[in-house]
Design a protein around this ligand. Structure first.
Ligand code: GLA
Length: 387
């Protein structure tokens, strides 16, 4: 089911208010959670994300000038206007619109010209919560561009153009997981993705399990720089191990090479190699109905991200600890780290109670208030009706 009618109607009304006429095209793109497989996508690893029922929604219409006029309900500002002929990334207050501008540039470079347009975005997907709001913004833009250019690219191709935008215009050297999850989501399913081949095998989410996202509401400033450093560590470790990426190594090999790697690179490689093995075991466990084992692998993933990869933070560790004490089946940090959210696997009937309990315990014992909500697996980015 696409974004709620309420959100689609809201984006259309906002478009009309900002641009003074009705929109002609609409798109919606979901956020994503990742059940397991963190910081492995840029090492050709395996991941298990899914698209969730929180969205970025766009309403748009063509114009005759070679410009894009970009407006978002999340910014209290007039539209950002970009010249389509002049492709330098935007700066300062307008930098957020690079996620849009970058997608236009990527499509143009691939030979697809949407012409000029006006676009308004609305969303119920929080930004900065580790739920891929940037990939959703890129993907909603991509769908609109395809509508304007009268083309429909395969979802994987769209995902790759969106990632190119993120690399070249937002300056984030991310992997492909987020854009694939947002574009290839399947209702009721998680996606087992091989980030080397881009092969996607959906597997059903059992009805008796629920997913609870708990947002720390913090983002530590080192997040972006540390992401690039981790990626660089993996590349250096791969060179020392003489493999293309850490996907091609093994625990035995990195143990043999521990001295040559040194302690830091050993730990980084240990996380990536062990995490890829956990994803394999996790998908097998989910398919065979062994949710308890799947959950224990999520817990192990968190420890590996905390101790070996060192991308967690005190707030994430606190939420995971509370969740484990409340008997979540599995709980772990999600996304790049240093803030954002945890993903928790719990028995469906207890999901709302669990969410309340985590928030209350955190408030009472630690003095800060996270935000918790239950999510479900939905289809990937698509056009929406316009009225
Ligand atoms: C961010 C990136 C992804 C992935 C995760 C960590 O979300 O955009 O490509 O690397 O971090 O798993």
């Amino acid at each position: 089911m696409p974004a709620t009618d309420h959100l689609i109607a809201s984006a259309q009304a906002l478009f009309s208010k900002v641009f003074g006429r009705a929109p002609v095209l609409g798109a919606c793109a979901p956020g994503r959670v990742n059940l397991i497989g963190e910081h492995v996508d840029y090492q050709d690893g395996l991941v298990a994300p899914l698209a969730i029922n929180r969205y970025v929604v766009a309403a748009a219409a063509a114009i005759n000038e070679p410009e894009a006029r970009i407006w978002s309900s999340t910014r209290n500002a007039p539209p950002v206007v970009v010249d389509l002929e002049h492709d330098t990334p935007l700066e300062a207050d307008n930098a957020w619109a690079n996620y849009v501008f970058g997608v236009i540039a990527a499509y143009r470079e691939a030979g697809h010209n949407p012409g000029g347009f006006e676009i308004a975005f609305d969303c119920d997907l929080p930004a900065g919560a580790g739920l891929s709001s940037s990939a959703a913004l890129e993907s909603a833009t991509a769908i609109i561009i395809e509508g304007l250019a009268n083309i429909e690219l395969p979802a994987k191709e769209r995902a790759q153009l969106c990632r190119q935008a993120e690399h070249e215009y937002a300056g984030v050297p991310c992997g492909i997981m987020d854009q694939l999850a947002v574009n290839c989501g399947l209702a009721g399913h998680a996606l087992a993705i091989d980030c080397r081949t881009l092969d996607i095998s959906p597997f059903p989410m059992p009805g008796d399990l629920a997913m609870v996202v708990i947002d720390t509401k913090v983002k530590h400033s080192l997040a972006d720089g540390e992401y690039a450093l981790r990626k660089h560590d993996c590349e250096t470790a791969s060179e020392i191990l003489s493999v293309r990426t850490l996907r091609d190594s093994s625990i035995v090999k990195i143990q043999e090479m521990r001295d040559q790697l040194g302690e830091q690179l050993y730990r980084r490689a240990h996380h990536v190699v062990s995490e890829i093995a956990r994803v394999k075991d996790f998908t097998a466990a989910m398919k065979s109905g062994n949710a308890a084992f799947a959950g224990s692998l999520m817990n192990a993933s968190h420890l590996s991200l905390r101790d070996d990869y060192q991308v967690s933070c005190p707030e994430l560790d606190t939420l995971v600890e509370i969740a484990c004490n409340l008997n979540a089946m599995g709980s772990r940090m999600m996304g790049g780290g240093f803030g954002g959210s945890t993903i928790n696997l719990v028995q469906s009937p207890h999901a709302n109670h669990f969410a309340d309990q985590v928030v209350n315990t955190c408030r009472e014992q630690h003095g800060w208030i996270p935000e918790a909500f239950v999510v479900s697996a939905v289809d990937g980015a698509s056009f929406t009706r316009t009225s």
